[in-house]
Structure formats: structure tokens, C-alpha cells
Design a protein around this ligand. Structure first.
Ligand code: UN1
Length: 500
């Protein structure tokens, strides 16, 4: 019996999750075979304008709800996500083309951040400061901020929303989500899961969590809307720059998580067994479509030939194909345009003096499947400086660690980085103030697959924002310094006298 068409499964999952799809002009296709799943309606200009107004109304009520009670909503969201885990994961695989285990991992990431945010709802701590004036006290209180717009990319179609939404909600802020126009179905499914949590919660305000479907125009409208104090955007540097300029023009706040060009420095002391596994996962996992994907391997001359040979044989046996098949490790690229970019980047790198070690071909048949490529480069040419969202690994050689670190920092992006070494001095130099200039720096771990507990983001063209764990929540709140006088007198700070 032939397998069921992908669209049938997708629609079945949506029905099971209680999502009713409004038909329209936006063609949603599955990267599994490039076929159309459904055509859905985009949000009208009127709906986009209304969303901020509605979010402001929700904000008015939500900020009055005690933070631990707000945490209860996020706890319920975590429960509902656990219940919908397999459906949502399967939909991520169908719509974004992630292999089954990564689809499940993405939903797990949502659950993890919910758990984190529930705890956080009782820990939105501010400092107290000693006042210089007698009978006064000073303290810092973190207040809700207002509606938060979340612009997310196709490659983490649901987890990135959760990083932002779970935190924003406990901080007292409603959320408006613009998912990638390539992955609206997973967003609608997540919104249905959220609706269940809200129904169980009972008295949450309407429109606390909204979704707008559409392209760059929707993002631009949100970025320019002064009713939205924070816009959190994930995607390309080009998109982020446009959002940042529009938000800055109205003196709003933006939180940007943009392109990466992540490197691994591999010392001659490195454990090669470990390194080969880490390289494979971080360079070809998600078909090279993570912002944290390993794109540059900076390897010590003494081990370069051995390592390249080992990588070549590991790449030769990579199971590439239908991401629903449990033995597949490399699924498809998101679409044909991404495959064109992959091929163009390889041609450019070869033109700039690169030697194609392996891969780079397209696979026959439906869907944008490719063989991940390894290219040895003489130096960091334009192709290497540029983030191509596809599985291309550029290999560069070094002799002195200082040169490797300089090379690793010489690109415009600054998201994630790592070193493989068994030498403490090398590891610590890499982690020092004159080491990696990225937001993430790892030792003996690849650059991708971060846990939610840390602050996630990077510097330079990556945008400078931090999401997810640690104290990233502070970006979603308004810091207020409060001074209270209980002295009965009116002493002025700095000893200033102003006696009437
Ligand atoms: C992204 O690709 O936009 O560290 C986010 C990782 C994931 C998040 C990636 N936890 O690879």
C-alpha cells in the first residue's frame, strides 16, 4: 500500500488539535516532497492593526494578575504541550522537514522553557539599595512592559515562540506572533494548544496570545507600531537590520537573534572520535539550517588530513531522505530556493579557490534534498564570510592558536563557537576576554544544540539580543527605581539645599 499523502496526515493532525484553517492565498508546502499541504488566508491589514489594540487591552488586565498566578498559565501550557507532544512534533517534521527526533526535541525545548518560566514567575527579583538619605529606602522593581511581538523563522517554527512567549507571559506581557510564512500551520497548532491552556486557566484576558499570518509586510507593521514596546525577531541579518531600524526610529526595544557563522577550533590535542561526532551533528543536523550550525572548521595542521579523511567517510554514510523515517539523519532543505543558494555558495567557494572534499550534489526526486558538502578553503573568502543556510562546512587550517582565534573572530557574525582540545590552557584562552567574541563559547561540545537555561544570542551581525534562560527575562520588563521617604523631612540627594 502506498504511504498516505503528507497533506492528509497534516490535516488530520490539525483536526485532532482543533485547528480550523481559513483557506486563502498562502500556499503552504511540505519540504518532504515539495507538495502543497493547504492554502491558507493571511491576516488582513485590519486584523494586523487590531492585534495591537487588542493586545493593549489584554495587557491592561494581565499586568494586574500576580506574577506567580501568571506562571500558572504557563504551567498549564507546559502540560498541554506534553499532551500534544507527538502531534506537534510530527507537524514540525511535515512543515519544516526536521527529522523526527529533532521535531520531538523542538517540542521538548518548548516544555523546558515553560518549566523554567514557571519557576521564574516567583523569582522576578529586583535589588534594594541603601539610600544616602536618612529615613528613605530605594529599590528596583521589574514591571510588565506591554505587548511583545515575536517574529520567528521557519527553522525553529515553534520553540523560538515558546522561548519568548513563556517568558513574556510571566513577565506580564501579551504576545503577538508572526511565524515564518513557510511554517504557519505549526504556529496555528501551537496557538490551539495555548487556547486549551487558557481555557483551563479560566480568567485570563482575551487576546493574550495572538497569531498573525503573512509575510514581511506583517513584520514591518509590527516593527513600526509604537504600541508594541518590544519586538523580538529571529531570522536573517537583513531582516533584523530592517526591523531594528524601524523599531529604533520610534525608540522601541528590539531583541534580535540573527545570522551565525559558527566555528569550531580543533586543536592537535583534540579527541577526534568526539570531534567527528560533534562536527557531524552540528554541521549537517537540521540540514545545516540552524542559526547555530557549524559552518567553519578551523583545524590544526597536524591533524587536518586525518580529520578530513574521517569526516569524508562519515559524510559518505549519512542517511539522507524522508525526515519521517526514524533512521534518517539529514532531511530536506526548506525549499528549492534554499537548494539554489546551497549550489550557488559551493560554486562561489570553488571559484574563490576552495577544494570540494565531498558532497554538494542534489538528490534526484521530489523535495530539495542535497548531500552535505565539505570544502577546504585557502582562507576566509567572501563565501566563507557569508551565512548560507545549508549544510556546507568550510575547512581552514592553522598552526598557532592565536591565529585560529583571530580567524574565528574575523567574520561579521558572532553567535556560537567552540574549541575541541584536551589542553586546559587552550580551552581557557579560548574562553578568555581575548578569546571567542561570540555570545556562546563551548569546550568539547559543538556550537549548536544549546540548553534553554542559558541566555541565547550573539554579537555583531547576530544582533546582540539574548533570549531564553539566565536573566534574559529582564529585556521583557520595565526596570523601575523606586525611592520612598518615611522620614517626615525632605533631605535632598547630593546634599543640595533648597529651603523655601
Ligand atoms: C535557531 O536556529 O534559531 O542551540 C535557534 C540550538 C537551538 C536553538 C537554535 N537550541 O541549536
Amino acid at each position: 500500500m502506498p504511504p498516505e499523502p503528507v497533506a492528509t496526515t497534516a490535516l488530520e493532525i490539525l483536526t485532532r488539535l482543533g485547528v480550523s484553517v481559513r483557506e486563502g492565498d498562502l500556499r503552504v508546502q511540505t519540504p518532504i516532497d515539495g507538495s502543497e499541504l493547504v492554502s491558507i488566508a493571511t491576516s488582513s491589514a485590519n486584523e494586523i492593526g487590531q492585534a495591537s489594540e487588542r493586545a493593549l487591552e489584554a495587557y491592561d488586565a494581565w499586568r494586574k494578575v500576580p506574577a506567580p498566578r501568571r506562571g500558572e498559565l504557563v504551567r498549564l501550557l507546559g502540560e498541554e504541550l506534553r499532551a500534544a507532544r507527538s502531534e506537534l512534533a510530527a507537524l514540525v517534521t511535515i512543515e519544516a522537514g526536521k527529522i523526527a527526533s529533532e521535531g520531538a526535541g523542538e517540542v521538548q525545548e518548548m516544555i523546558d522553557i515553560c518549566d523554567f518560566a514557571v519557576g521564574l514567575s516567583r523569582q522576578l527579583y529586583g535589588l534594594t539599595m541603601p539610600s544616602e538619605r536618612p529615613g528613605h529606602h530605594m529599590r528596583e522593581v521589574w514591571q510588565p512592559l506591554g505587548p511583545v511581538a515575536i517574529i520567528s523563522a521557519f527553522n525553529f517554527p515553534v520553540a523560538v515562540w515558546a522561548w519568548n512567549a513563556a517568558i513574556a507571559l510571566v513577565c506580564g506581557n501579551p504576545v503577538i506572533w508572526k511565524p515564518s510564512e513557510k511554517t504557519p500551520l505549526t504556529a496555528l497548532a501551537t496557538q490551539a494548544v495555548m487556547a486549551r491552556a487558557l481555557a483551563r486557566f479560566g480568567d485570563g484576558p482575551e487576546h493574550l496570545s495572538q497569531v498573525l499570518i503573512g509575510g514581511a509586510d506583517v513584520g514591518a507593521a509590527l516593527a513600526g507600531d509604537a504600541r508594541i514596546p518590544l519586538v523580538s525577531a529571529t531570522g536573517s541579518t537583513r531582516m533584523g537590520r530592517a526591523v531594528a531600524m524601524s523599531v529604533a526610529a520610534r525608540l522601541g526595544r528590539s531583541l534580535l537573534e540573527l545570522g551565525g557563522n559558527n566555528a569550531m577550533i580543533l586543536s592537535d590535542s583534540a579527541d577526534l572520535d568526539l570531534a567527528v561526532r560533534a562536527i557531524a551533528f552540528s554541521a549537517v543536523g537540521t540540514c545545516g539550517q540552524r542559526c547555530t550550525t557549524l559552518r567553519r572548521l578551523i583545524v590544526h595542521e597536524a591533524v587536518a588530513d586525518t580529520l578530513i579523511a574521517r569526516l569524508r567517510s562519515a559524510y559518505e554514510t549519512l542517511p539522507i531522505g524522508d525526515p519521517r523515517n526514524p533512521s534518517t539523519l539529514v532531511g530536506p532543505l526548506i525549499d528549492e530556493a534554499a537548494r539554489d543558494d546551497f549550489e550557488a555558495a559551493i560554486a562561489r567557494a570553488v571559484d574563490e579557490g576552495g577544494r570540494l572534499v565531498c558532497g554538494g550534489e542534489r538528490l534526484a526526486g521530489a523535495g530539495a534534498y542535497v548531500r552535505p558538502a565539505i570544502i577546504e578553503m585557502p582562507l576566509q573568502t567572501d563565501a566563507v564570510m557569508h551565512e548560507t543556510f545549508a549544510p556546507i562546512l568550510y575547512v581552514l587550517r592553522f598552526e598557532r592558536l592565536e591565529d585560529a582565534i583571530a580567524m574565528q573572530n574575523a567574520v561579521p557574525q558572532g553567535l556560537s563557537s567552540c574549541i575541541f582540545t584536551e589542553r586546559m590552557r587552550e580551552a581557557e584562552a579560548f574562553l578568555s576576554a581575548w578569546g571567542s567574541d561570540c555570545g556562546i563559547a563551548n569546550v568539547n561540545i559543538g556550537p549548536s544544540g544549546a540548553e534553554i537555561g542559558g541566555a541565547f544570542g550573539g554579537e555583531k551581525d547576530t544582533g546582540g539580543g539574548r533570549e531564553s534562560g539566565s536573566d534574559a527575562w529582564k529585556a521583557y520588563m520595565r526596570r523601575q527605581t523606586q525611592t520612598v521617604n518615611f522620614s517626615g523631612a525632605l533631605p535632598l540627594a547630593q546634599g543640595v539645599r533648597f529651603d523655601l
